[in-house]
Design a protein around this ligand. Structure first.
Ligand SMILES: [Zn+2]
Ligand SMILES: [Zn+2]
Length: 281
């Protein structure tokens, strides 16, 4: 009984703090380039294309932020929302789908629809209504928005969104500018696949592309390359330790090395990154 009471109490405290946290969140609008903007609140970075005929939204963070996101969007240009893109299924990128779904169609990779459908029994989710396997182009005003899928990377349903005319890329969670990446091994992600995707994206993007990462600040290809180098180094180091027959504990003790320790952050610490590498390599 006492345990049950504690659980309920913790649950209430958690709920209260989550609600309070979202109350205090403000949506910051940053111009990426031309008519493409980055919106930051809590969760994955949002991309907005603002044209004279309407808006396109890339990812939509958590449900309690939906109305704030909508006001921030309309503050750029007061036009109708025309299209929504989900870069992948995680809640910090799709949480406001339920708010926006009745205003515009949601585009995503087929796996995003599948994974969100599986959650539909527990909570109200709005599903993508246009899905694709490899990718799709959306045309809005004079912009061509290219959606391209990369298999087995952060999840199994990742899409990057490239605004061709503006030359701005939204990577979804195929780029954590903030530090070590989260790789969702339980939902089709893989470390090798992640590095392969990142390298392919870098190779196909123009050098002067402006990048909206999944998490972190507005950035560029030089920083993306540094991120790729960090992942390649991590794979090499930990694979080497595994090949040498080192135990998990020994690898955790040896760490990622002084060149890359500073990529540790509160969500993916050095230890968590090493554990992901050990689990997947
Ligand atoms: Zn994310
Ligand atoms: Zn994610």
């Amino acid at each position: 009984m006492k345990t049950l009471f504690s659980i309920v109490l913790i649950w209430f405290i958690t709920l209260a703090s989550v609600a309070r946290d979202f109350d205090n969140v403000e949506i910051k609008v940053t111009n990426a380039r031309a008519n493409v903007y980055m919106l930051q609140g809590s969760g994955g970075n949002i991309g907005v294309l603002a044209t004279d005929v309407g808006l396109l939204l890339v990812d939509d963070q958590f449900a309690p932020l939906a109305t704030k996101i909508e006001s921030a969007m309309k503050s750029i240009v007061d036009k109708e929302l025309m299209y929504i893109v989900n870069t992948h299924f995680h809640g910090d990128h799709t949480g406001s789908n339920s708010h926006f779904a009745h205003k515009a169609p949601i585009f995503a990779h087929q796996k995003v629809r599948e994974r969100l459908s599986n959650q539909a029994a527990e909570k109200s989710v709005a599903l993508p209504v246009v899905t694709y396997e490899q990718g799709i182009n959306i045309y809005l005003s004079d912009e061509q928005i290219q959606l391209s899928h990369f298999p087995s990377a952060h999840t199994d349903g990742d899409t990057i969104v490239y605004f061709k005319k503006a030359n701005v890329l939204h990577t979804g969670d195929l780029f954590f500018e903030i530090g070590f990446p989260y790789i969702d091994l339980n939902n089709g992600g893989s470390i090798q696949g992640y590095l392969t995707a990142v390298r392919k994206i870098i190779a196909q993007m123009p050098d002067d592309v402006v990048i909206i990462p999944g998490h972190g600040k507005l950035t560029n290809k030089v920083r993306y390359q540094a991120f790729a180098d960090m992942i390649a180094y991590s794979i090499k180091r930990v694979s080497g330790f595994i090949d040498d027959g080192k135990s998990k504990q020994a690898i955790l003790k040896l760490g990622i090395g002084e060149n890359y320790q500073h990529w540790s952050w509160h969500f993916i610490t050095e230890e968590k990154w090493l554990k992901t590498l050990i689990a997947d390599l």
